[in-house]
Design a protein. Sequence first.
Length: 468
Amino acid sequence: MAKTFVGPQLRQLRRDRQQTQAEMARLLGVSAGYVNLLENNQRSLSVRLLMALSDTYQVDWRHLVRDERSTLLSELRTAIRDPMFSGGGPELPELRAAIDHAPRLVEQFLQLYGIHRTTLERIMRQGTAGGPEGLLASSAEAVIHDFFRNHSNYFHTLEIAAENLRADLSCDADDNYAALKARLLGAHGIRVRRRAAEEMTQALRVYERDERVVHLSEVLDHSNQVFQLAHVLCLVELQGVLDELTAEGGIAKGTSLARCHVELANYFAAAFLMPYPQFLETAENTAYDIDRIGARFGVSYEQACQRLTTLQRPGAQGVPFFFLRVDKAGNVTKRFNSTSFHLAEYGGACPVWNVHMAFRMPGVILPQFVELPDGDQFFTVSRTADRPTMNFATQDHRLSIALGCELQYAKKLRYAAAYNLEDRQMFSKIGINCHLCPRQACSQRAHQPVFMELPLDTSRRGNTRYES
């Protein structure tokens, strides 16, 4: 029989009863010295003594011998690697000793650390609302993002519906616009009209349900015209499916519901224009060359990037990407991901990340290897995307798009082929944003971290005014 050590459990059992080692020894019929050896894991527990403990203290013997130290050790090692702990952390023997001799303290430390992480996540989710209510409120954007993330950004029902529609229309990419236009008119009596920019100054597409007309602004290029028609067709033919999906996700009313229906219709449109099996095959065969993918399916760079985040069909998965779109002021205007990484969840505000540098090089794809303060490493590509220009005042309304994945998948991407993935020096040290980033000596820091004090010495000037 394998030796059984129960030191921490035995010590906690005795302390819960407020007993000394001598008192426990008397009840068990052993010496106080033997209890001390047991508590320090210098003696293993015999079957006879295990039964005596179970009978004397009325506890299930299985609870005594259950070894939870490995789980605690893993959680503790993860916690102390957090960048908020400066300096060298405790060694493995110290951690094991803490678990053996102070398990309650370890559990309370991990509980406190969990509260700390939850508070930071609430801060990261905080929108424009001030005060404590702002920490608890969830914006429509956060609700939609969580809804899509919880589905791994993949909706099988919409995928199958898009594939069925594609089969019914039986058209090539060049014929999508005409086929969708004919479907809307023939099946639903909905006409499509292109309108001058002067007539549609506040919208790119308007669907008038009562008049049975879809108005498309002439400023939309061909790929976006097709996308908008597929979007409307989803709202017309699959409203019941959209209602079921949002109901299952607990989204029942208000702005969040409307926004979710819009995003699900966008998902359907992308699935129609880029059918899953053919899209995945093309992505794999081209090593995820976004321009070639866009050319194959007749879609824009942004549409191809966003579709790449949906390749999570069971048994036919692609690289799990995340997607962010930011404006020139650094605001994240769209984010989708099939992961739960903090960079995908909350990132976009770090000036070291070249999603912002892309504005200086319009139309050029910028690869970058990045590392977060917690050590997570990613490969990202960033490039600008132009918005439709309605008039002189709206020219150069440019956005920047970042597509990224875990480092382990970088070898599958053409954009990383020229790099030595073993070179640790090529990683850019980024953060979520300055308020939450613990990095010291960062020349791009714009704010003091909210949860730590950076070292400041009046006798020297550091890279920024926040530390020396």
